[in-house]
Write a new protein. Structure first.
Ligand SMILES: Cc1cc2nc3c(=O)[nH]c(=O)nc-3n(C[C@H](O)[C@H](O)[C@H](O)COP(=O)(O)O)c2cc1C
Length: 241
């Protein structure tokens, strides 16, 4: 099985610790590919919209983005890990999510995403872990991923692992190990079921694409939807065996 991990920070701190504990049971059996931000995607999306209007391979940062995208598409499980920075995900991770704007469902979602599983790991000192998870979840759900599990933790005492009370460390450890055990039990040879809400969102985007097509047959998004057969009877969740 393949796991792709996107780390919102390069720091080997508490988020890293939590992510390591989550991955621990998979270490012997899975192929784990990790990306650390900003190192693995150091440049900002500058809003040129080339990815939307032409092709993502023409993006000035395509070398970084395509490498990460290839790994995400091959993954059976996707893990995002980010601390809360000013109540949101790190700027480095937000930048990566901006680069993947063209993969949102109203544009050119990858069919592989509709049957994938993802886990979001976030923590904060006092407030912001949930809004951080939402930043990531918004993108993942609009990429088409149906099964998204969120893990959040509040440290409350300190931002250094060794300075946390034993009780706090034990509670975080217990909760993350429980989640990891649950995800280890999944049979990853079976794609996850696409949720009804994802199908509804897809169908709304399909109506939008049809109306855009009536005005602009040259739209890159429309051509993509047409090539995939989504404007007719094909659906991304049907294509993947
Ligand atoms: C720039 C910055 C902003 C932060 N903003 C918040 C915040 O808004 N709310 C909060 O509870 N903790 C905040 N924190 C604490 C982090 O969420 C986190 O708990 C801390 O950085 C330890 O995690 P790490 O070792 O993985 O970096 C912030 C930390 C940094 C460095």
């Amino acid at each position: 099985m393949n796991i792709t991990v996107i780390n919102g920070s390069e720091k080997h701190g508490i988020t890293y610790n939590i992510k390591e504990m989550f991955l621990e049971p998979f270490r012997q059996t899975a192929t784990i590919t990790e990306f650390y931000l900003p190192k693995d995607c150091p440049n900002f999306c500058i809003g040129c919209t080339t990815c939307f209007t032409k092709d993502a391979i023409l993006c000035k940062d395509a070398d970084y983005i395509q490498k990460i995208e290839k790994s995400l598409l091959q993954a059976d499980l996707i893990v995002f890990a980010s601390p809360a920075y000013v109540m949101h995900t790190t700027g480095a991770l937000k930048n990566l999510l901006d680069h993947f704007g063209y993969r949102w469902m109203p544009h050119r979602p990858a069919k592989e995403m509709f049957t994938k599983r993802a886990v979001i790991l976030t923590q904060c000192l006092g407030a912001g872990a949930k809004s951080t998870a939402k930043d990531i979840r918004d993108s993942l759900s609009w990429w088409g991923i149906s099964k998204i599990k969120v893990f959040t933790a509040k440290l409350m005492q300190d931002i250094v692992w060794d300075n946390l009370s034993e009780k706090k460390r034990n509670s975080i450890t217990k909760n993350i190990k429980r989640l990891s055990k649950k995800f280890k039990k999944i049979d990853y040879s079976k794609p996850t079921k696409t949720r009804t809400i994802t199908k509804i969102k897809f169908n709304i985007c399909r109506i939008i694409q049809k109306s855009i097509r009536a005005k602009n047959i040259e739209s890159a998004d429309c051509k993509y939807w047409e090539q995939n057969g989504w404007l007719k009877n094909n659906r991304p969740w049907k294509r993947i065996k």
